[in-house]
Design a protein around this ligand. Structure first.
Ligand code: HEC
Ligand code: HEC
Ligand code: HEC
Ligand code: HEC
Length: 350
């Protein structure tokens, strides 16, 4: 049978559409690498495109310090005695202090000489610029992360301003509360049916309930019969929305932390799941204790549509990589970011 001209063109169009779909829906040409992360036979593996990993490695590198830590002059009276308006870094030597200021300019503004982003150059002790006030709190936040969340989450790599800022005053991944559209009799959509996290139509703001508020993430019934678990499908969708965010933030899939045979289990999973459990608590603390209280300090242009402060999630540090900056150590060269005390002294004596 001969194909009519219309059938032939329909076939051609269909073929073109298929190719277009394969390319836009993330089809990757081989070779692709798979790395096993759990027990054999349970499909716990990560799939990587080595070309993408190479490109991502190039942009996720720890920047070199202005000068190495072992050449820093630690002698002389501390900065707190020399300068007028120092509240956080008072225990540093003057050389150490100047080196950190230079690094901060590079980490946050992308230019080691951009002192004027935070300072009135006529009087460096003047703290009237909002960027100065925010930075002082950021210094305290960074010390808090390294000192209080070291063992459970960020050690040994540690966290510096660069981990989040990457040379930009506003880190690439920040989030604001989103208005939930209310549509007539359909009622509260909880952000569903709009393209959101990971191109799904799951609730689009899983951050407010879990990374600010302390709502229950666990949804599984743990008995064979429905005896008492009142968790709804809607609650489950919020959990999935958060989980997709976490996976995207780290560039991994669900089996990096779960044995998908039983998402609830903690005894058949890699240690990363526990690290992630602590991360959720850490990010909640960063938002509630540091970032949200800065709201009155920011100019209006930095606030969200509802006037809320910019907040952090997993992507703010991770940038799509399982360990920020591929695990590159940012703290050995800047032990003062551990905060004063024994942790910093231990780093310095190494
Ligand atoms: C990202 C913001 C930021 C940048 C950029 C920055 N500083 Fe600072 N600077 C601060 C903060 C915050 C303090 C207060 C630190 C504290 O309270 O411990 C400070 C304090 C100082 C002080 C002490 C002033 C006094 O008399 O009390 C000096 C000196 C100083 N900075 C120099 C510099 C120099 C030089 C540069 C550029 C190489 C620079 N800073 C870049 C935020 C910044
Ligand atoms: C956990 C991630 C994180 C770390 C670590 C961090 N910051 Fe921030 N920083 C943020 C977020 C989020 C904002 C809000 C962005 C905005 O202003 O819109 C911010 C804002 C700022 C701003 C205001 C910039 C502007 O133009 O509005 C400055 C200045 C700043 N940070 C300095 C620092 C310094 C200095 C350090 C290290 C001592 C640091 N930050 C460490 C997340 C971080
Ligand atoms: C980086 C690690 C990590 C990744 C990746 C991850 N999860 Fe989770 N998941 C967790 C942690 C941690 C909890 C428990 C959170 C808590 O209790 O605060 C959890 C909880 C859950 C729960 C609730 C379990 C229960 O006991 O009710 C489900 C369901 C779930 N995850 C599904 C997923 C799915 C689906 C994906 C992939 C889209 C995924 N997770 C990716 C770490 C992860
Ligand atoms: C303040 C920065 C910061 C934030 C925010 C952050 N992390 Fe991390 N995370 C780190 C650092 C740094 C490491 C690497 C620590 C090391 O092993 O040296 C890490 C490592 C991890 C690991 C271990 C990965 C591995 O392969 O060993 C997991 C899992 C993880 N983070 C999950 C999360 C999740 C989930 C969130 C959001 C709820 C999150 N992190 C938010 C800084 C952060």
């Amino acid at each position: 049978m001969k194909l009519g001209i219309w059938t032939a063109s329909a076939v051609a169009v269909a073929a073109l559409l298929t190719i277009a779909m394969l390319t836009t829906a993330g089809w990757d040409r081989p070779p692709i690498e798979a790395v096993q992360t759990g027990y054999r036979g349970v499909a716990m593996e990560e799939v990587y495109n080595p070309r993408e990993v190479a490109a991502s490695m190039e942009v996720n590198q720890v920047p070199p310090p202005p000068w190495p830590i072992d050449t820093v002059d630690m002698s002389g009276p501390p900065a707190g005695e020399i300068y007028e308006n120092v509240e956080v870094l008072g225990d540093l030597s003057v050389d150490q202090f100047g080196r950190l200021m230079t690094a901060m300019s590079e980490w946050v503004v992308g230019d080691p000489a951009a002192c004027d982003y935070c300072h009135n150059l006529d009087n460096l002790a003047d703290d009237s610029l909002y960027t100065f006030q925010v930075s002082r709190r950021m210094l305290e936040m960074t010390e808090y992360i390294n000192a209080d969340w070291g063992e459970t989450h960020v050690a040994p790599a540690g966290v510096s301003c660069y981990t989040c800022h990457r040379g930009n005053p506003v880190p690439e991944a920040i989030w604001f509360e989103k208005n939930v559209p209310i549509r007539g009799i359909v009622g509260n959509l909880a952000g569903q049916n709009t393209v959101s996290i990971g191109d799904t139509s799951l609730p689009f703001d899983p951050f407010t309930p879990f990374l600010v508020e302390d709502n229950d993430i666990r949804v599984h019934g743990l008995t064979a019969l429905p005896t008492g678990n009142r968790t709804s499908i809607k609650q489950t969708e919020w959990t999935f929305s958060l989980m997709i965010h976490m996976s995207e933030a780290m560039g991994v899939n669900c089996t990096y932390c779960h044995n998908s045979r039983a998402f609830y289990t903690w005894d058949q999973v890699p240690p990363q799941r526990e690290t992630a459990w602590h991360a959720i608590r850490m990010v909640r603390a960063l938002n509630n204790d540091y970032l949200i209280p800065l709201q009155p300090v920011y100019p209006e242009i930095r606030l969200g549509p509802d006037g809320d402060a910019p907040k952090a999630n997993c992507t703010t540090c991770h940038y799509g990589v399982n360990q920020p900056l591929y695990g590159g150590n940012v703290i050995d060269q800047f032990p003062s970011l551990m905060g004063p005390g024994p942790a910093q002294e231990a780093r310095l004596s190494n």
